[in-house]
Design a protein. Sequence first.
Length: 89
Amino acid sequence: MEEQNIDIKEEHEKSVDFYEVKIAASAKYCIREAVGRLLEYAFHYETTKEKRCIIVGNHTLVGLEDYFTHLKELFSPFQLEYEHGVVLE
C-alpha cells in the first residue's frame, strides 16, 4: 500500500515496480497525472534493479497507442507501462 506517497511498490528479484493509480476523465489525463510522480519515485529510489513505472488508469489506451509509445521512448531508462484497472464504486 501507499509508502512515501507511492501508491504501490513491489520489490522483485531483478526489478522494482512503482504503481500510480489514477482515475480521470480519459487515459490521457491518467497518464498526465501519473507520469511526474512515477518518474520522481524511480529517480530517487536507490537500487541497482530495473525500475518499472506503471500507470493504472480507469480507461484503455485505445487511440493513444502511438502517444504512449512515444512517451515510453522519451522516459527510458525507466520502463513506463499502462494498465487498465477495474474501478469499483
